[in-house]
Design a protein around this ligand. Structure first.
Ligand code: PLP
Length: 404
């Protein structure tokens, strides 16, 4: 059976060059980078090289990079560390209703400790109104946290403009750039961000490694206390092999950013056109202008169909896609992102995300476009909502909502 992976926003395959670079650190180069002897010294150099590679991809100094275990840790570190460090200044955070749970759940935990959080709404396309953002700033606001790119829709947020607003009001700015780094140019200087979070497994490195950019001079209480690794900013023995691979993945991403961006965008556009033009009753979720979304992401709802059945049928044809984010699929709750965009609850349940990556080809897209229409047609024919002569009654709507 063919195997086509279009779920790269959930995770990516480890690049062969990355794996090659990692292997020696599981074999002969096993030392602890904090050790002063020969075994540690060789390894310490490799961690510092990786730090330079990561820093180069986002245009910062290597000293501003702190290695972590993942994007979720980075977001927790940025939010909780800021609240603790700026306690005297205020207790108000501004974020958006469409952030990843790594930010939203952290905000909820902080609310329980008395922190005030404003969740900015989005419009039907999932976009923010920057006037709302500016209006929400008070003299107690210590942090603005807005993601660079949304994991479900691929929507890109105006980070440079938000950075300028944050600077104008002297408020710290954090961005969760887990989905953006490696797919589009990310430059922390242009964006005026103070804290930026990356995750290795979204760009061809292994799972279990991430990094947080902390602008020089930004006070942040450590999230993990312990040893003095990472200059006291994050305790814990380094995941050396993971970090080395992450460095190589960043270098590769930087070297191929432009060409891969153009190639993957063309594949995504082909898939998008094929689905929207070839299948009736399909709704695009996210900004209609594909240039305002990540080049690899397409999120569509197929009316009258339950998303999970679609995914199972895809799976039987070897196609891996996702409904909502990886963290929410597996639950029958519609995604909070679709909810914030006011996507009708029935359409929200059929939202399907295709996220393309380096290994995808035009033949993959054509295969999906070939197998998708008959699957959609078959599932629609089984749906009680499809081909009805009269509209659903209120009672029927309620029953369906309950079942979904
Ligand atoms: N932020 C965003 C936007 C994400 O998409 C993800 C993962 O899907 C995370 C944070 C969490 O990253 P990690 O899986 O490395 O913890």
């Amino acid at each position: 059976m063919k195997r086509i992976y279009m779920d790269n926003n959930a995770t990516t395959a480890v690049r062969p060059e990355v794996l090659e670079a990692m292997l020696p650190f599981y074999r002969e180069q096993f030392g602890n980078p904090s050790s002063v002897h020969w075994a540690g010294r060789a390894v310490g150099g490799a961690v510092e090289k990786a730090r330079e590679q990561v820093a180069q991809l986002i245009n910062c100094s290597p000293a501003e990079i702190v290695f972590t275990s993942c994007g979720s840790e980075g977001d927790n570190m940025a939010l909780k560390g800021t609240v603790d460090a700026l306690r005297e200044k205020g207790n108000h955070i501004i974020t958006t209703a469409v952030e990843h749970p790594a930010v939203l759940e952290t905000c909820k935990a902080l609310e329980k400790q008395g922190v005030k959080v404003t969740y900015l709404p989005v419009d039907h396309n999932g976009m923010l109104n920057l006037t709302d953002l500016e209006a929400a700033i008070t003299d107690k606001t210590i942090l603005i946290s807005v993601m660079w790119a949304n994991n479900e829709t691929g929507n890109l947020y105006p980070i440079e403009e938000i950075g300028a607003i944050a600077r104008k009001y002297k408020v710290r700015f954090h961005t969760d750039a887990v989905q953006a780094v490696g797919k589009i140019p990310v430059d922390v200087q242009k964006a005026n961000v103070d804290l930026l979070v990356l995750s290795g497994h979204k760009l061809g490195a292994a799972k279990g490694v991430g990094a947080t950019y902390i602008r020089r001079g930004t006070r942040l209480t450590p999230f993990i206390h312990g040893g003095h690794q990472e200059r006291g900013r994050r305790a814990g023995t380094h995941n050396v092999a993971g970090i080395v691979g992450f460095g190589v993945a960043c270098e590769l991403a930087g070297a191929h950013l432009e060409t891969e961006g153009v190639r993957i965008r063309a594949l995504r556009d082909r898939l998008e056109r094929g689905i929207l033009e070839g299948i009736p009753d399909v709704k695009l979720n996210g900004h209609p202008d594909p240039n305002l979304r990540l080049p690899n992401t397409l999120n569509v709802s197929f009316a009258y169909i339950e998303g999970e059945s679609l995914l199972l049928n895809f799976d039987m044809k070897g196609i891996a896609a996702s409904s909502g984010s990886a963290c929410t699929s597996g639950s029958l709750e519609p995604s909070h992102v679709m909810g914030a965009m006011c996507v009708d609850v029935i359409l929200a349940h059929s939202s399907t995300r295709f996220s393309l990556g380096t290994d995808n080809t035009e033949a993959d897209v054509d295969y999906v476009l070939e197998v998708l229409p008959p699957i959609v047609q078959r599932l629609r024919e089984m749906s009680p909502l499809y081909n009805r002569d009269e509209p659903l009654s209120c009672m029927e709507c309620q029953v369906i909502r309950k079942v979904l």
